[in-house]
Write a protein that binds this ligand. Structure first.
Ligand code: ZN
Ligand code: ZN
Length: 300
């Protein structure tokens, strides 16, 4: 599913508000930011929100690959400042061609004080918006690093307890950061064997509480095509979450979560069909306004 091409025709709904991770600033991305934006332009994207990962500020959070590169927390901090400046240049370069938005993907670490750190980055570099994501549960990363997910399960007691805690942490994150976009809402299910196991009654109750907080804060849910690339058959979030959020009047956007040019815009056509098939007729995008970004509704 790595190379689902989007075609080059422009369309209003060709918007990604979560992606554009690039090799200059992210150890697990493989194309430069310039290449990513050229690919977005060539795919006919109307708006491309670039959302590099926030730098981790604790040495113990560095990935092995980063340590192998000789990076430390100061390296991550410096690269993030350079990233913010380069996106500013790109916004000017693409003016009139494609709306480039300057965002970042916020983390829920350092535990207990991430809000101050993440909102500090937002302020310091003048970001247009934040994608709020939960990649850590009980202090362990659950995303893609071998062995760490198992530690998170052990800390929570069971996969189901991990999922419940995950949604609880999503709700607290939305309250703490007020992100414009909530990233990959059900990231926890990456390691679940079946949809049934990933949506038991306790998990659904926790999810509904998170959705209620998302609704209260008027955040937009990222329909994230990384789920297609992982072979789920649909993007993040799962159909039951799309239907529940839709019923609550919560808005959706697309995110390609791209880390290389083949992933830019990939799966968005399928994500559009996915939303339409679950009764969602509009997405919402962000556009630059006088005082920060404004929301705009787009018909699918
Ligand atoms: Zn990444
Ligand atoms: Zn993420």
């Amino acid at each position: 599913m790595e190379n689902i091409r989007i075609g080059s025709q422009r369309a209003d709904w060709k918007v990604s508000l979560h992606g554009g991770h690039s090799s200059t600033y992210c150890d697990h991305a493989t194309s430069t930011l310039q290449e990513m934006l050229e690919a977005a332009r060539d795919a006919g994207m109307r708006t491309y929100g670039v959302t590099e990962h926030a730098p981790r500020v604790e040495p113990e959070r560095l990935y092995d690959e980063e340590l192998a590169l000789g990076w430390d927390v100061d390296t991550l901090d410096r690269l993030f400042g350079e990233y913010a400046a380069e996106v500013d240049r790109m916004k000017r370069e693409y003016a009139g061609i494609m709306t480039v938005l300057k965002g970042f993907e916020a983390e829920v670490v350092p535990e207990g004080r991430y809000a101050g750190v993440m909102l500090g980055f937002r302020e310091r570099y003048g970001f247009d918006y934040i994608v709020g994501s939960v990649h850590y549960v009980a202090g362990h990363i659950i995303d893609y690093i071998p062995g760490r997910y198992e530690k998170a399960v052990a800390a929570c007691g069971s996969p189901e307890a991990l999922a419940v805690r995950y949604f609880h942490d999503v709700a607290r994150m939305v309250e703490a950061l007020h992100p414009e976009v909530v990233g990959h809402l059900d990231l926890y299910r990456r390691r679940f064997a079946s949809d049934e196991a990933a949506s038991t009654p306790p998990i659904r109750r926790a999810a509904m509480e998170a959705l209620e907080v998302i609704r209260q804060h008027d955040a937009v849910i990222d329909v994230n095509t990384a789920g297609l690339r992982l072979g789920f058959g649909y993007p993040y979030p799962a159909p039951w979450l799309v239907e529940a959020a839709c019923g609550m009047g919560i808005a959706f956007c697309f995110g390609d979560d791209s880390h290389n040019i083949s992933q830019v815009g990939a799966g968005i056509t399928e994500a559009r069909e996915y939303l339409l098939s679950h009764g969602v007729t509009h997405i919402e995008t962000l556009e630059p306004g006088v005082a920060g970004v404004n929301r705009r509704k787009i018909a699918l």
